[in-house]
Design a protein around this ligand. Structure first.
Ligand code: ZN
Ligand code: ZN
Length: 281
């Protein structure tokens, strides 16, 4: 089984608005997304299949493009989704959120892909640079990833090792005066889409958790000197990603207990050359 991923871009406009609510109530839920606005969307479509002995390919990319591109051209590209998409225009209660668009794309195209001999495995939809949703075909489960960046100093040093051993193991990172990084943290949540809002969580609510629990504690701080978490703990990325998990896990759980929204993965990048993934214990 080989997995093949193809990128497809489109541009479209939309707004979120629940017809049963007042303007003010809509604004409280969706903020300025109640106003019509637009995005450059990017779809990463992953299909799986067996290599064909005749041509050595899983599927001809031309055929994937033809199928998906024509569907997207017809219903999404340079369209007003609320008013021009057959599903979203037919029912104004279904909001054209990235979550719902990913699910709709899957429903509309996966069967045609199957007739070409491949199975849809994942759809990743990016609406703006820092946030994307991933859908794996199990309704109404969605993964949502948002990226955060903060800066901190640290010194890698273990109290269980001698000074010489610390120098040998950590090298320049053991510099007594410390050094620093732009940390990049990808936070991935999973859970059921809220059938009413079409969202897994409101991004503002997720941002609030990260602002309070991550930025408030660690941004522009010296991890060893300024934080209780690393007073006796070596601030390696491995330890850091676990500390971050423990700090935010319960806040994420309380965002929507009824839809079992939970923290799925934390990915911490200390430098652009390496990253550390943690999925909890
Ligand atoms: Zn939008
Ligand atoms: Zn470092």
């Amino acid at each position: 089984m080989i997995h093949l991923t193809r990128y497809i871009d489109f541009e479209a406009s939309h707004y979120y608005y629940l017809p049963e609510l007042s303007e003010e109530e809509n604004y409280q839920i969706f903020g300025n997304k109640v106003n019509q606005h637009g995005h450059n969307y990017s779809v990463h479509l992953t299909v799986g299949g067996k290599i064909q002995s005749s041509d050595g390919m899983v599927i001809n990319i031309k055929d994937v493009d033809e199928l998906i591109r024509s569907y997207i051209n017809q219903h999404y590209d340079h369209k007003q989704i609320n008013q021009q998409h057959p599903v979203f225009s037919a029912d104004p209660c279904i909001q054209p959120t990235p979550e719902n668009i990913a699910i709709e794309l899957w429903r509309a195209t996966s069967q045609d892909l199957a007739t070409l001999g491949v199975n849809m495995r994942a759809i990743r939809l990016t609406e703006e640079e820092r946030t994307y949703v991933q859908y794996y075909g199990v309704e109404p489960m969605i993964h949502l990833t948002r990226t955060y960046e903060f800066s901190a100093a640290h010194r890698l040093h273990s109290s269980e090792l001698s000074d010489d051993e610390n120098t040998e193991i950590f090298g320049k990172c053991n510099n007594p005066n410390g050094h620093g990084h732009n940390y990049v943290l990808d936070v991935t949540l999973s859970g059921e889409v809220d059938q009413r809002t079409g969202l897994l969580v409101r991004i503002v609510d997720l941002d609030q958790v990260i602002n309070k629990k991550v930025f408030g504690r660690f941004d522009h701080k010296h991890l060893n000197l300024d934080t209780v978490e690393f007073q006796n703990l070596n601030p390696t990325s491995e330890n850091f990603v676990r500390v971050l998990w423990e700090l935010i896990e319960s806040d994420i759980l309380s965002l929507s207990p009824s839809r079992s929204v939970r923290l799925h993965r934390l990915r911490l990048k200390e430098t652009p050359k390496s990253f550390f993934d943690y999925y909890g214990d």
